[in-house]
Design a binder for this molecule. Structure first.
Ligand SMILES: C[S@@+](CC[C@H](N)C(=O)[O-])C[C@H]1O[C@@H](n2cnc3c(N)ncnc32)[C@H](O)[C@@H]1O
Length: 280
């Protein structure tokens, strides 16, 4: 049987970036969707990473580090402490290493990337001071097992920080309320663990972590082009194919959102939550 062709960025595509028709899609997706947060982190690292209480000498593991841009900033803040980026995808690992090399260092003295699965981390217990995962656990088959692995490799007094979108918080302005809601709910349900962010605080407390904090960050998608290219267009064909929407409804949705944009009425938003906890 022919292998299922996965081209969107939801469903299980993030688990198999290297096997998709166009792995570069996922690198471009991260670049397009992280522009603002990356610029903010570069300009205001103290604010962007306040929840991590970073200081020179600490060690940091970023699980599912993608293109490694955030970890590269962190590496500068914790040097000479070790910054390790873990990835399942060779495409991402190559891209992360290429970016570090383009900055003039092949792998910076305190920054390196290695192949790993967050659900079975290749490290002994209590290896890192900070263990991060951003927009990763919504995709993995066993998010609680992954979180337990992250807790396991965190040192005593160290912190875990997990950031994810609650995909049920995706909102779009649409005159046809039912169609707009149907799209956002289908999208949320198309992400494997689209609502799992609601569980992290409880899971951390159950592991005995203290100072568990939940910080919401509203995200407004100002650009219709971004929402069209990275959220609506990759998702609609799947909804039409599985009968959740007719082709006419899909076209009507795109047309309406496009018209709203031309009239200055485009609105789309969602909420990212960062959950942190400290190991006793
Ligand atoms: C949505 S991206 C997030 C990347 C980065 N953390 C960010 O926020 O920009 C998810 C990343 O996790 C990687 N990934 C997927 N499953 C993984 C697993 N089981 N273990 C480690 N990384 C994984 C993917 O290859 C992808 O690069």
């Amino acid at each position: 049987m022919a292998e299922k062709r996965i081209t969107g960025h939801f469903d299980d595509a993030w688990l198999q970036v290297d096997k998709t028709d166009d792995p570069g899609f996922f690198v471009r997706f991260l670049d397009a969707s992280r522009v603002r947060s990356l610029a903010f982190a570069r300009q205001n690292p103290a604010m962007a990473f306040a929840h991590l209480a970073l200081e020179p000498g600490l060690s940091v593991l970023d699980c599912g580090c993608g293109t490694g841009d955030i970890l590269a900033i962190i590496a500068g803040l914790i040097a000479p402490g070790e910054a390790c980026g873990g990835e399942l995808s060779d495409t991402m690992l190559q891209e992360a290493r290429r970016r570090v090399a383009a900055g003039g260092v092949t792998e910076a003295a305190n920054l390196h990337f290695q192949s790993m699965d967050v659900q079975a981390l290749p490290f002994p217990d209590q290896s890192f001071d900070r263990v991060l995962a951003s927009q990763l656990l919504v995709h993995v088959p066993d998010p609680r097992g992954a979180l337990q692995e992250m807790c396991r490799v965190t040192k005593s007094n160290g912190r875990v920080a997990i950031a994810d979108m609650d995909w049920d918080s995706l909102l779009i302005g649409c005159g046809n309320k039912e169609l707009g809601r149907r799209f956002t709910q289908l999208f949320a349900d198309g992400v494997r663990n689209g609502l799992v962010v609601r569980e992290y605080a409880g899971w951390l407390r159950a592991k005995g972590f203290s100072n568990v904090q939940i910080v919401p960050q509203p995200m407004v998608f100002e650009s219709w082009t971004f929402v069209r290219d990275w959220i609506v267009a990759p998702a609609l064909p799947a909804f039409v194919a599985n009968g959740s929407m007719t082709a006419a409804e899909a076209s009507a949705l795109v047309e309406e959102l496009s018209n709203r944009n031309e009239n200055g009425q485009f609105f789309a938003a969602s909420t990212l939550y960062t959950v942190t906890g400290q190991r006793g």
